[in-house]
Design a protein around this ligand. Structure first.
Ligand SMILES: Cc1ncc(COP(=O)(O)O)c(C=O)c1O
Length: 365
C-alpha cells in the first residue's frame, strides 16, 4: 500500500436526526455522506496526498483536460451492513482490477489494489453511521463511487500529467421498493454502445454519455432500458446501458453474451456464472443472436431473461420492443424461479445471511 488517508473531520456534518431521515428513505444517488476521499497522481510523484475530507465542491480549472477530452473512469460497488453491525463489501478487488483495466484503456495511471480497498475502508470507517441497517431483510446499502479523472489544466490531446482519484458514497434504498418488477427493453437499432477497438469494456463516462440519446428513445417508446447489439453486424446481443444480460434455457443452460471487448465485464455477471453451477445450471458464455431471443421466447426454448449489475442486483426482463415489433415477456409478474433464486442467493451472501464459501466478502469496518 503506497497511500494513506488521514482524516480531516467535516466541519458541518449532518445531525444524526438528518441522517436518520435520509436513511429511512435513501432513494438512489441523490444524498451523499459527510466525507469523501481524494488522492492525487502526478507523472513526477506517482500517487500521493491521499486524504479524507468534507464532502463538497471540487475546484477545477476550466482548462482541466477531463472537461474537454473526457479522460475519466469510475467504479461502482456497495457496502452492506450485516446483522452484527459489521460492514462488508462484495469482491472489491474485482472492482480494483476493472478500474485498472479501464485506466489502461483511458491512459490513466494504475492504482494498487490495496490502495483502492484502503480508500473504501477509509471512507466507510469515518462515515460508518451512513451504512443503513440490515434490519427487516431490506436491501439498503451504501453505494460507493470511486472515480479518477484528468485534472491537469492543459488543452492538448495527450494523457494528463496530473490526475485526481476520489471516492464518494451515497446511501441506497432497495432498487425495487415495491417488489420485483420486470423491465421492458428497447432494442436500439439506430445507435451502438461500443464498437470494435473502442472503450466498451472500460467503465468510462463517455460510454454513458453516448447511451443517453438511445435511452431517451427507449423511454419515448415506453421502455425502461435499452439493449445494444454489436456495432459491426447488428446481429449479436451485447448488454444494456448499465447491466449485463442472462438467458435461462429450457435445457438448463444459462447463457450470457461472451466478452468481445465491447461489453463491460460485470462483477455480478462473473459471480452469477459461478453461482449458477451451484444451483445445478450449466453456465455458458456464448454469442447470442437477437433472432434467438425473438424465436426463443416464442418457442419456449428461452424460459427466463434477466439483467444484472451492482445497483439492481438481478432484474427480471419482460417484453422486448423494437421499431415495428415486439417479443413477449417470459417474466410473469415478478420474474421466473431461476431469476429469483439467483437474486436471493447473491443477496444472502452480500448481507451475510449465507456462508461466503467463495471468499467474496471483504470486511471494511
Ligand atoms: C455497461 C454496464 N454493464 C454492466 C454493468 C454491471 O457491472 P457490475 O455487475 O460490476 O455492477 C454495469 C454496471 O456497473 C455497466 O455500467
Amino acid at each position: 500500500m503506497t497511500l494513506s488517508f488521514p482524516v480531516t473531520p467535516a466541519a458541518n456534518p449532518r445531525s444524526s436526526q438528518e441522517r436518520d431521515e435520509i436513511l429511512a428513505n435513501p432513494g438512489f444517488g441523490t444524498n451523499f455522506t459527510d466525507h469523501m476521499v481524494v488522492a492525487t497522481w502526478s507523472a513526477d510523484e506517482g500517487w500521493h496526498d491521499g486524504k479524507v475530507v468534507e464532502y463538497g465542491p471540487i475546484t477545477l480549472m476550466p482548462s482541466a483536460a477531463v472537461l474537454h477530452y473526457a479522460q475519466e473512469i469510475f467504479e461502482g460497488l456497495k457496502a452492506y451492513r450485516h446483522e452484527d453491525g459489521s460492514v462488508w463489501s462484495f469482491r472489491p478487488e474485482a472492482n480494483a482490477q476493472r478500474l485498472n483495466r479501464s485506466a489502461s484503456r483511458l491512459a490513466l495511471p494504475q492504482m494498487d489494489e490495496e490502495d483502492f480497498v484502503g480508500s473504501l475502508r477509509a471512507l466507510v470507517e469515518v462515515d460508518k453511521d451512513w451504512v443503513p441497517s440490515a434490519s427487516g431483510g431490506g436491501e439498503k446499502s451504501l453505494y460507493l463511487r470511486p472515480f479518477m479523472y484528468a485534472s491537469e489544466a492543459f488543452l492538448g490531446v495527450r494523457p494528463a500529467r496530473e490526475v485526481t482519484y476520489s471516492v464518494i458514497a451515497s446511501p441506497a434504498g432497495a432498487y425495487f421498493a415495491g417488489g420485483l418488477k420486470p423491465v421492458t427493453l428497447w432494442l436500439s437499432t439506430q445507435y451502438a454502445r461500443a464498437g470494435r477497438g473502442g472503450t466498451g469494456a472500460a467503465k468510462c463516462g463517455g460510454n454513458y454519455a453516448s447511451s443517453l440519446a438511445p435511452q431517451l428513445e427507449g423511454i419515448e417508446q415506453g421502455c425502461d432500458q435499452v439493449v445494444f447489439l454489436d456495432a459491426s453486424t447488428q446481429t449479436y446481443i451485447e448488454e444494456l446501458g448499465g447491466m449485463n444480460l442472462f438467458f435461462v434455457m429450457k435445457d438448463g443452460r444459462i447463457i450470457t453474451p461472451q466478452l468481445t471487448g465491447s461489453i463491460l465485464e460485470g462483477v455480478t455477471r462473473a459471480s452469477i456464472l459461478e453461482l449458477s453451477k451451484e444451483l445445478g445450471l450449466d453456465p455458458r458464455e456464448e454469442q447470442i443472436e437477437i433472432e434467438q431471443w425473438k424465436d426463443g421466447v416464442r418457442s419456449g426454448e428461452i424460459q427466463e431473461i434477466f439483467a444484472c449489475g451492482t445497483a439492481a442486483v438481478v432484474t427480471p426482463v419482460g417484453e422486448l420492443k423494437w421499431d415495428g415489433g415486439s417479443a413477449p415477456s417470459t417474466a410473469g409478474e415478478g420474474g421466473g424461479e431461476v431469476t429469483k433464486s439467483i437474486r436471493e442467493r447473491l443477496l444472502d451472501i452480500q448481507y451475510g445471511r449465507a456462508e461466503d464459501i467463495h471468499g467474496w466478502m471483504t470486511r471494511l469496518v
